[in-house]
Design a protein around this ligand. Structure first.
Ligand SMILES: NC(=O)c1ccc[n+]([C@@H]2O[C@H](COP(=O)([O-])OP(=O)(O)OC[C@H]3O[C@@H](n4cnc5c(N)ncnc54)[C@H](O)[C@@H]3O)[C@@H](O)[C@H]2O)c1
Length: 312
């Protein structure tokens, strides 16, 4: 049995701050982040403006915990204790007021995040660390929207959060070393592997991943090879578990497009410009798995990988 499933979050790296964690956004990432904190013994408030999304997050966490129980990596008692650690809340002001740490995982939109961080800063206790799970938005910019830029940091979990080991920790320009060290220790307590990087566009994960995905899309756009061939070359030739086009569908083509734009603007370098095919697919609403179609076609209940008709 995994010792990290011990639900006593003793010796919390959050120390005197206490052990209460508020997660903002109950979408794909928010529910996974709430799951891993609650499983490690932290009391969690999961906050969303959308009540249906909050309900859906609790159902997803329940289902994912069931899968762990079925695999024998969690006991039924630990599942019950994990769920008991999670409370859903529909207001930021209410949800963050006793937090030691806030992890924001709301929609990837700069103006929205700046507004959310202003609000958190107003209502979270003094000394509370404010983290963002943003994939691409500058931590330094987010920090500047608060009166505590030294306590603001990037805590970039990977999807699906309960499964993926990495947490990319992003130090903003003003982030205090003590805060960075605390988040490193905390990530280890979540049974994750932390990697600390500095705050430049795309950080490390997306700075390297997105140009590869963009190049795969360019190869398709220029007719060098088809969807299946491109993904097969990278899967079988480079031992990637998933081809770059399938991965792009999984991340969301709108998300890939916006991260590339952030890097293009942030570095002022045209090498990051999104491929025109990617831009067209986003305009057409074919943004990958979540829309039912991207480079592949997705049918509910089917796990078959079927290339989209547009590319056959
Ligand atoms: N999806 C991924 O693979 C992935 C991976 C790493 C990081 N991220 C980052 O994580 C963040 C969340 O992404 P996601 O895929 O979970 O998005 P999502 O669209 O699934 O969920 C976002 C949630 O935020 C909620 N929200 C919007 N405004 C809010 C507000 N003012 N207050 C509270 N909740 C609000 C929405 O209702 C929604 O439930 C983004 O910053 C994204 O870049 C995503």
């Amino acid at each position: 049995m995994d010792t990290q499933n011990n639900l006593e979050a003793t010796n919390s790296p959050l120390g005197a701050r206490g052990g209460f964690v508020a997660i903002i956004g109950a979408g794909t990432m928010g529910n996974g982040i709430a799951h891993v904190f609650a499983q490690a013994g932290f009391k969690v408030n999961i906050i969303d403006v959308n009540a249906a999304q909050l309900q859906k997050a609790l159902t997803t966490i329940d289902k994912n915990l069931d899968r762990q129980v079925a695999k024998g990596t969690l006991t039924a008692e630990q599942k019950t204790a994990t769920l008991a650690n999670i409370t859903s809340v529909n207001s930021i002001a209410e949800g963050v007021k006793h937090a030691a740490l806030v992890v924001e995982a709301a929609t990837e939109n700069t103006d929205l995040k700046l507004q959310i961080f202003k609000q958190i800063d107003e209502h979270a206790p003094e000394g509370c660390i404010l983290a963002s799970n943003t994939s691409s938005i500058s931590i330094t910019k987010i920090a500047a929207a608060t009166k505590r830029p030294d306590l603001v940091i990037g805590m970039h979990f990977m999807n699906p959060v309960p499964v993926m080991k990495l947490v990319e920790i992003i130090n903003g320009y003003a982030t205090k070393k003590e805060v960075s060290d605390t988040i490193v220790e905390l990530s280890k307590q979540l049974n994750k592997v932390p990697c600390v990087v500095n705050d430049y566009p795309g950080f490390i994960a997306n700075r390297i991943l997105m140009p590869m995905i963009n190049e795969a899309i360019y190869s398709l756009y220029e007719g060098v090879a088809g969807v299946e061939e491109i993904d097969t070359v990278m899967k079988l030739g480079m031992a990637h578990p998933m081809g770059p086009l399938q991965l792009a569908d999984f991340i969301g083509l709108d998300v890939c497009h916006s991260i590339l734009k952030v890097m293009q603007d942030g570095f002022g370098n045209p090498k990051y410009a999104p491929c025109p095919l990617l831009a067209n697919m986003v305009l057409a609403g074919k943004v990958g798995a979540k829309s039912g179609e991207g480079f592949y076609k997705y049918t509910a209940g089917s796990k078959d990988l079927v290339v989209s008709e547009s590319f056959q």
